[in-house]
Ligand binder design. Structure first.
Ligand code: NAI
Length: 251
């Protein structure tokens, strides 16, 4: 393939083996990028994705790396660079949710959710940032959630983490923009993935009945926003959080 809007770029997507990350990795490959992904315990689907990237005529790379461990993120960034070249676009997408009433949340649960989202994003970005600074360009896209703004019951660690992602995005944008690096976030509404399928059909029906779009979103619809922020159409977004959310929350 040639002539895509990300032609010849190298992108790194955390949590790319399935769901939103997979859709972003594929959209980037279709647009001409070589794509590295990491995952946790999902090697088979990661390998399938690399095959799909290769089918688009691009190079793919996958490695298991727990983003909650900064040493693992650094090792992943180094391995991805050795395989594909310097990272020009980073998508911090890996995420989990552990639900429960506030009073039942253990320190262990709190640490895990915060570490995967916040520590993961922070140190993954730090692993690729110096290279972006040296080259004078780069894009960092952090996947937050509409729940950062809306909140919700029984998800205090998740919402705390997602709000931190929005804050980090705004703060790093100040340092990064003068260096030619744009840092932005995406706050998706409810999207049909393993993460939401786990909620069951009643929850899905409730969402379909209450959301203005009348349905859950598709991972490809978040990938379209990531493609905008990664490509030339995203040149004027700095520290923004875009909200493809079916009208679930307007801001
Ligand atoms: P998913 O469960 O389908 O996929 C999660 C991906 O992250 C997988 O590739 C998994 O291997 C990877 N992962 C999980 N923990 C990891 C870790 N510690 N280290 C490295 N990789 C890890 O989830 P989905 O729905 O695709 O979510 C992706 C992102 O989008 C998450 O940050 C999630 O919070 C966010 N999001 C999802 C929404 C939804 O409705 N599905 C809505 C708003 C935000």
């Amino acid at each position: 393939m040639s002539g895509g809007m990300l032609q010849g770029k190298v992108a790194l997507v955390t949590g790319g083996s399935r769901g939103i990350g997979r859709a972003i990795a594929l959209a980037f490959a279709e647009a001409g990028a070589d794509v590295a992904i990491c995952h946790l315990g999902d090697a088979e689907r990661a390998a399938t994705l690399v095959q799909a990237i290769t089918a688009h005529g691009r190079r793919g790379f996958a490695q298991e790396a727990d983003v909650a461990d900064p040493a693992a993120t650094r090792a992943f960034a180094a391995a991805a660079e050795a395989a594909l070249g310097p990272t020009e676009i980073l998508v911090n997408n890996a995420g989990i949710n552990i639900r429960g009433p506030f009073e039942s949340i253990s320190e262990e649960t709190y640490d895990r959710v915060i570490d995967v989202h916040v520590k993961g994003m922070f140190f993954m970005a730090q692993a690729v940032y110096p290279g972006m600074v040296a080259r004078g360009r780069g894009r960092i896209i952090n996947i937050a959630s509409q729940l950062a703004f809306k909140g919700g019951p029984n998800i205090t660690p998740y919402v705390t983490a997602k709000a931190a992602i929005v804050g980090f995005t705004r703060s790093l944008a100040w340092e990064a923009a003068p260096k030619g690096i744009q840092v932005n976030a995406i706050a998706p509404g409810p999207i049909e993935t393993d993460l939401t399928r786990a909620r069951g059909p009643e929850w899905k029906a409730m969402i379909e009945g209450s959301i203005l779009a009348g349905r859950l979103g598709r991972p490809e619809e978040i990938a379209a926003t990531a493609l905008l922020l990664a490509g030339p159409g995203g040149d004027y977004y700095v520290g923004a959080t875009l909200s493809p959310n079916g009208g679930d929350i307007m801001h």
